[in-house]
Design a protein around this ligand. Structure first.
Ligand code: DGL
Length: 274
């Protein structure tokens, strides 16, 4: 009997759902485990050494328990820090999410790019090397924000958005030198695509036409490329297997059950009802 591939998607919280959803759209016939290390959330303000240890331990436990075919580290903060170490430790393919500076540099006509990420990601050598390698001629404005992560996380649970706080973050970004020339904005934290509509509304208000780049679709394509493909005669049988989507949280409290239902609802909702 053939089996569906099992994909493990890992993040600190709700952000990786934006990536997981793109994976399910591209690869509907798969089992998915979505793991959020919410007991250690947020990652973006933690110290590198402590965070590396935490990620390796948590991914290690998940790997042993689930034996996935592929692991997606759906977190820029974790990938820019620990992806290479994880690849060296576990015997399956790892796909990471890192700031999409290369596509942004290719797309930008004004040669002024903004990168929105967590405070940790903007400070990483990995991120600065991406800029050196792929956007050496560009002006790259790095904006690290934990508040945006919190706004996104809250939106997912209560649909409640603090517009004033959101606006303030963008006021700070657009007050940077050369910011009026930004034509491409990289959402370099997987939480931020959850705020795509709100971010587009703010940039439109400012009468700017700005390309928003998030990595979800590219990651889904990469995962698809890495999976063993079924033979043509196996496809019909695979379609008969019901996929399973499992949510795993590291925090157990009164809210966990509601949180798991909310995550699942997001993953199984139609794209335009997010
Ligand atoms: N979603 C994560 C990222 O892409 C980090 C959010 C956090 O700070 O925990 O960087």
């Amino acid at each position: 009997m053939q089996v569906l591939p099992h994909i493990l998607v890992f993040d600190s919280g709700a952000g990786g759902l934006s990536v997981a959803k793109e994976i399910l759209r591209k690869i509907p016939n798969c089992h998915m485990s979505y793991a959020a290390d919410d007991a250690f959330y947020p990652y973006g303000i933690k110290e590198d050494r402590v965070l590396t240890q935490r990620i390796i331990t948590q991914v290690g436990k998940l790997y042993e328990a689930l034996k996935p075919d592929i692991v997606v580290v759906a977190c820029n903060t974790a990938s820019t820090l620990a992806l290479e170490t994880l690849r060296g430790k576990f015997d399956c393919p790892f796909v990471g999410v890192v700031p999409a500076i290369k596509p942004a540099a290719l797309l930008s006509e004004s040669k002024v790019i903004a990168v929105l990420a967590t405070p940790a990601t903007v400070s990483r050598i990995y991120t600065h090397n991406l800029i050196k390698d792929y956007a050496p001629e560009h002006k790259v404005i790095l904006h690290g924000s934990n508040i945006l992560v919190e706004i996104a996380e809250r939106k997912l649970f209560s649909n409640d958005i603090d517009q004033r706080l959101l606006q303030k973050e963008f006021d700070t970004l657009f007050a940077e030198p050369n910011a009026e020339q930004i034509d491409t904005l990289v959402l370099a934290c997987t939480h931020f695509p959850l705020l795509k509509q709100e971010i587009m509304a703010i940039t439109t208000q400012r009468k700017r036409s700005i390309n928003l780049i998030d990595s979800g679709e590219a990651i889904a394509r990469r995962v698809w490329d890495l999976l063993d493909k079924p033979q043509a005669n196996e496809i019909q049988n695979l379609k008969k297997i019901t996929r399973e989507i499992k949510i795993i949280l590291t925090q157990t409290d009164d809210l966990s059950t509601a949180k798991k239902s909310r995550f699942l609802a997001y993953l199984t909702s139609k794209p335009n009802t997010d």
